[in-house]
Design a protein around this ligand. Sequence first.
Ligand code: HEC
Length: 103
Amino acid sequence: MKSINAKVLTIATAFAVVLSIPLSMQAQDAAATYKSKCAMCHGADGKKAAGHDLSGADVQKESDADLEAVIANGKAPKMPKYADKLKPEEIKGLVAYIRTLKQ
Ligand code: HEC
C-alpha cells in the first residue's frame, strides 16, 4: 500500500513539474518582452510615461480586454501598435505582467 502511494505521489509530482514549466516560461518571456519593447517608454516599473503610469489605478482598473486592445492597436499619438509584431498570447502575457506592476 505504501509503495503504491509513493508511486502515485511521484507521478503526480512529475506532472505538476511538467505542467508548471510552460507557465513560468511564459511569465519570464513576458518580463523579457516588456524589458526589450516597452520599458524604454514606460520604465521598468511602468511609471515613466507621464499620465500613463501602468502601475497606477487608472490603468489597473481597465479590463484585460481593454489593455490587450491598447497594446494590439496602439493609442495615439505615441503608443505604437503591436498586433503585427506580437502574438495574441504574448500580448496576454504582457497584460498579466502589467498586473504584477500594480501598487
Ligand atoms: C514609443 C514609446 C512607447 C512604447 C515603445 C510603448 N508604449 Fe505604451 N504608451 C506610450 C504612450 C505615450 C502611451 C499613452 C498614449 C496616450 O493615451 O496618449 C501609452 C499607453 C499605453 C497603455 C495604456 C495606458 C493608459 O493610460 O490607458 C498601455 C497598457 C501600454 N501603453 C502598454 C505598452 C506595452 C505593453 C508596450 C510594449 C509592448 C508599450 N506600451 C510600448 C508609449 C509607448
